[in-house]
Design a protein around this ligand. Structure first.
Ligand SMILES: [Zn+2]
Length: 335
């Protein structure tokens, strides 16, 4: 009798630990960060790997019904990570404008924030090719992206989580190109592709294949033309991404009026840091709205307190009422 109880207890323990490992594994599976905290969690993942045989061995479980129950818990835990198909990323920021036709379609947005913090932790390199041409004035035309060497047919990857906004062809320009709206507020453009691996309105994760490298449109050799844009306005990708080391310079990038400077060069990151207070002629510079990205567990009261505004003010700024549901990942205007 006692022995039996002990065995049952051990089984429960195994279930609890493996459930914990299964909960954690998917949440980190796509993350590109080299966060030490993440590494601390790794032992639990390897515990699952080491015991996966035992988990698969049904003898360990007295019945299969409980397993199903536990899987629904995992789904629930993943909800924060699984991207909602119907949700438009950064919808409030983009004034609910979503079309499948143009790269820059945001001329009418008036309440653009002066400073906006972009979360870059989720970054993946679109391709591992080296830089062949930088952002900046080029042959009397402005080059709004960075060119990266590819071979025709190379896989091109989404830079962050997001939703495919545009899949189009432009004979004299981008050729076959993709535009992704990301949850962090950026949009990225991938030009001169030879093929699409996604369609309009598809939800994609960072690092997911989206197309094939090519030489279509205004292009003199196979390369990826890669742009980073905020509210339709181009930002030198080198301000955000360190293309030599194939990572982002920092975990966050703050969009400020200086972000839209047209000067090129790969030193844009350092240049921007040194002159971050200079206005770059951004027409949005007069506004000074601040946004906050909702995290799990936030309430209107906690957000309001943290940003020194009343709940009432917070509601009126965001056209919502006190009973509105807060969805993690969405942004709220807080000033
Ligand atoms: Zn280019």
């Amino acid at each position: 009798m006692m022995k039996n109880q002990k065995v049952r207890f051990e089984l429960k323990k195994i279930k609890a630990i493996s459930l914990a490992a299964m909960l954690i594994a998917p949440l980190f599976a796509f993350s590109q960060t080299k966060d030490t905290k993440e590494n601390e969690k790794r032992p639990e993942v390897s515990y699952k790997q080491r015991h996966s045989r035992a988990i698969q061995n049904k003898d360990l479980y007295a019945d299969g019904i409980k397993i199903k129950k536990d899987l629904s818990l995992i789904d629930k835990a993943q909800e924060g990570r699984i991207l909602d198909e119907s949700e438009v990323p950064a919808d409030e920021l983009y004034g609910s404008i979503w079309n499948n036709r143009y790269v820059n379609t945001y001329g009418s947005i008036e309440n653009a924030p002066d400073n906006y913090s972009i979360d870059l932790k989720n970054f993946s390199m679109p391709t591992m090719g080296y830089v062949t041409s930088n952002y900046g004035p080029r042959r009397r035309r402005m080059h709004y992206g960075v060119d990266l060497k590819v071979h025709v047919g190379d896989t091109i990857y989404a830079a962050f989580d997001g939703k495919i906004r545009v899949c189009q062809y432009e004979r004299r320009g981008y050729g076959y190109y993709v535009v992704i709206r990301h949850h962090n507020g950026l949009e990225t453009v991938y030009g001169h592709l030879s093929g699409f691996l996604v369609s309009e309105d598809d939800v994609v994760k960072s690092g997911q294949p989206i197309g094939l490298g090519g030489n279509t449109g205004r292009s003199t050799g196979p390369h990826l033309h890669f742009e980073t844009r905020f509210l339709g306005k181009p930002i030198n990708p080198s301000q955000i991404i360190d293309f030599d080391n194939k990572i982002c310079h920092k975990d966050t990038y703050v969009v400020s009026p200086g972000s839209f400077s047209k000067s090129g060069s790969r030193n844009a990151y350092n240049l921007a840091r040194n002159s971050s207070k200079k206005s770059g002629g951004n027409k949005y510079a007069t506004k000074s709205s601040k946004y906050y990205k909702i995290k799990k567990g936030d309430t209107l009261a906690t957000i309001a307190r943290r940003h020194g505004v009343s709940v009432k003010k917070l509601c009126s700024m965001n056209n919502m009422n006190q009973k509105s549901t807060l969805r993690p990942g969405k942004s709220l205007k807080v000033s």
